[in-house]
Design a protein around this ligand. Sequence first.
Ligand SMILES: Cc1cc2nc3c(=O)[nH]c(=O)nc-3n(C[C@H](O)[C@H](O)[C@H](O)COP(=O)(O)OP(=O)(O)OC[C@H]3O[C@@H](n4cnc5c(N)ncnc54)[C@H](O)[C@@H]3O)c2cc1C
Length: 360
Amino acid sequence: MRIPAPIIVGAGPAGAAAAMRLARAGAAPLLIDRQTVPGDALCGGFLSWATIAQIEALGIETAALGGHRVDRLALFAGGQEIVLPLPAAGMGLSRHRLDTMLRAAAQEAGVTFRLGRAVRTLTPGTITLDDGDAIDWDSLFLATGKHDLRGAARPRGGADPELGLRLRLPSSPARRRLIGSRIELHWIDGGYVGLLLQEDGSANLCMAVRKSALAAAGGRPIALIARLADLSPALADRLGAVPDDAQVDAIGDVPYGWRATTSWPGLYRLGDQAAVIPSLAGEGIGIALASAAAAVARWQGEGRDGAVRYQRDFSRRAMLPLRAAAGFRALGRSPGLLRLLTATPGAARLAMRLTRIADA
Ligand SMILES: Cc1cc2nc3c(=O)[nH]c(=O)nc-3n(C[C@H](O)[C@H](O)[C@H](O)COP(=O)(O)OP(=O)(O)OC[C@H]3O[C@@H](n4cnc5c(N)ncnc54)[C@H](O)[C@@H]3O)c2cc1C
């Protein structure tokens, strides 16, 4: 089957935003996602002030999302707690809620969906679905996020790859009091733990950690979390009693810092398939939305021929936030330096600005 209209694979923030923009521009995009109903993607759930502005720019009223207001950043490193105001309020929102709202807006814009179908392979010109259906494409927007397609996989591996883990904690008076309107970042050996409250009062605990740390806990995420709580009284206070059988979601081998610098004719890589920012910056969704806007603008002007130039330009645009986020992450290993930075007027604000994707 040949479909000359643009095809988008993946209906997360990047894919849904691109589909919406394409439909509003008069194209007749087809959006494919393996999930019939949006799940609750493994994510910290922090929408920064800049990401909120991007969602508003899509014509979505963010007050209607009902997220939990976040106006301060609390950093825990080397036994210190440093609290900083955010430049403007962000929000804690589950990915289920965000992705559902974005899909609804795409549907309203006239996007055609093909849901419950996973794309298995991608070659220049053809995708193959899990039901064996092969679709030829002229322009393809690749937005499968954390998941790679055969034929277009990002480089992985490394001696000790990084993993993402997530645990949802039910609403409790203690967590509401301790976390309140803050996003918390707790530096741990080889990674961090992020915590915030979401729209329903539950807390989302998300962490990036080396595989070796999980192996040292016998490969059991819940044992790793218990070990981290033993080392940090602040984390222990927030976790309370976590049942041994609590469900921890995991994603393996996150290629933090990777950027797509080139592409194939017609292939526009978006979101995590374009650039993977260290997640403690809370800017992955912002990058997903910015890549969708940039890719669609280029496609409107240059069609399939613009893909390679878009990819090169977007990778340059993403370089600064990715590097700034990597530097910020490294600071947690030098708590003295972190305190100095945060005590310097303007420096913390600058760090928060540099980790955002700049306007095109
Ligand atoms: C531990 C951790 C914490 C994070 N915390 C934050 C945070 O607090 N704030 C923030 O802004 N960012 C955060 N991020 C980053 C953020 O989650 C990603 O950058 C963002 O989700 C990327 O959006 P996306 O649309 O590219 O991909 P995704 O959100 O991953 O969406 C991909 C979509 O593609 C679909 N899909 C996948 N494979 C296929 C296939 N083969 N066929 C069809 N469909 C497919 C999926 O079902 C999904 O709907 C975090 C990341 C990690 C790892």
